[in-house]
Write a protein that binds this ligand. Structure first.
Ligand SMILES: *[C@@H]1O[C@H](CO)[C@@H](O)[C@H](O)[C@H]1NC(C)=O
Ligand SMILES: *[C@@H]1O[C@H](CO)[C@@H](O)[C@H](O)[C@H]1NC(C)=O
Ligand SMILES: *[C@@H]1O[C@H](CO)[C@@H](O)[C@H](O)[C@H]1NC(C)=O
Ligand SMILES: *[C@@H]1O[C@H](CO)[C@@H](O)[C@H](O)[C@H]1NC(C)=O
Ligand SMILES: *[C@@H]1O[C@H](CO)[C@@H](O)[C@H](O)[C@H]1NC(C)=O
Length: 332
């Protein structure tokens, strides 16, 4: 017999079992930056090299994770900006990214610009696409495969913008109360944060940091919303992952996502099941900001690279331990 109490506590107990029963896959340090280089987003090239953006410096970094001790090098530094945010591959080895003059405390920007960087030639070719005059933040960005369109998450407006990388035209593709932040104070002011388009182009997956859930919304080929937002997994005691904040994430190409979660988790979620695993590590996962699977050999494709925003230390709140770690999912 089911009582109301059973209905309330059963899902909780099952999930806690499921979570505690999973073995943490091994995590290893890949690269740590010097102080005050808040690392925001990650993309992986077809040659396995990692691209990293920082909101603290307008520099695109790269490193080769196949080396035993990789070193980050500078690919390019962008003008009239204090940092970079979203980055997404728009055609083979060509990436679109956003630069801005950031107010890091309020997580807002002025002077947003969209660029492309072509990494095929021996020295990268950079093009300015457009300035975005009427948004205060583009956070995550995601290309719609096979089109010139890039979608960008506006966590202040609760909207998804669409930029045509070829023509520079842009505007809001859609907005929704489930994409919005809860308020304007730090802690409540980050609505839709990470964004990825599924390989079949049918869904926009996103995390809403303030509202504490991961979800998806069906889109047309042009990036219009064609159905309701579906909540896939929520933060809270009912799902066994309370007191945490979802950030950006990686999709596995099927029905799972690995969400970089503050302060020290990567949470695996699955469509139809919700939270399925919580990879927690207080020494190697330090305010994770984003995640991406490796590319290349099979082992790389089962390696999840996670960026760490870092932690503040001392009286001056110096930010340290920002960088990238690898979670070897192929070992479990
Ligand atoms: C825990 O994992 C083991 C090994 O995969 C499995 O045999 C067992 O049924 C699991 N237990 C629960 C409670 O899920
Ligand atoms: C973090 O991960 C490393 C490597 O997998 C492991 O050795 C260590 O025990 C973990 N630490 C915590 C606090 O879970
Ligand atoms: C690593 O890269 C940085 C910046 O590009 C450079 O200053 C430093 O010398 C490099 N370190 C090594 C060990 O190559
Ligand atoms: C950068 O700023 C300078 C001075 O305001 C301006 O002349 C230049 O066009 C700007 N460049 C870009 C790419 O916005
Ligand atoms: C933003 O500005 C662009 C360029 O002026 C314009 O095309 C677009 O309609 C504006 N969108 C919004 C939502 O204000």
């Amino acid at each position: 017999m089911f009582s109301l109490l059973h209905l309330l506590i059963l899902p909780f107990l099952c999930l806690v079992n499921a979570l505690t029963n999973t073995t943490n896959p091994p995590i290893r340090q890949v690269y740590t930056f010097g102080p005050n280089t808040f690392i925001e987003q990650i993309a992986v090239r077809s040659n396995s090299h990692i691209l990293l953006t920082s909101e603290s410096v307008p520099t695109l970094f790269t490193l080769n994770p196949l080396l035993i001790s990789p070193n980050a090098s500078v690919l390019s530094t962008f003008p009239n900006a204090t940092g970079l945010s979203g980055i997404t591959e728009i055609s083979p080895d060509v990436f679109a990214l956003v630069s801005g003059v950031w107010d890091l405390v309020n997580t807002r920007a002025t002077s947003l610009n969209i660029w492309t960087i072509d990494l095929c030639p021996p020295s990268p070719v950079i093009k300015h696409v457009t300035a975005i005059v009427n948004s205060t933040i583009f956070n995550g960005m995601a290309a719609i495969p096979g089109t010139d369109l890039v979608l960008a998450a506006d966590l202040a407006l609760g909207a998804v913008w669409r930029v045509n990388i070829r023509t520079g035209a842009y505007g809001i593709a859609f907005s929704d109360s489930l994409l919005a932040p809860l308020g304007t104070d730090p802690g409540t002011n980050l609505g839709i944060n990470g964004i990825r388009v599924s390989a079949n182009r049918k869904w926009v997956y996103f995390a809403n940091s303030a509202q504490g859930f991961f979800g998806r919304v069906p889109i047309s080929r042009c990036g219009e919303k064609v159905g309701n937002v579906e909540v896939i997994a929520s933060v809270g005691i009912l799902t066994g992952v309370a007191g945490v904040h979802f950030d950006d994430f990686a999709l596995d190409g099927e029905d799972k996502a690995w969400i970089a979660t503050h302060p020290s988790d990567v949470i695996e979620v699955q469509v139809g099941k919700g939270v399925v695993a919580d990879i927690q590590n207080s020494t190697l996962l330090l305010n994770p900001t984003s995640a991406a699977f490796g590319r290349g050999a099979e082992r790389e494709r089962r390696t999840l690279y996670v960026t760490n925003g870092g932690t503040f230390v001392g009286d001056t709140f110096e930010l340290v331990e920002e960088g990238v770690v690898a979670i070897d999912l192929w070992k479990v």
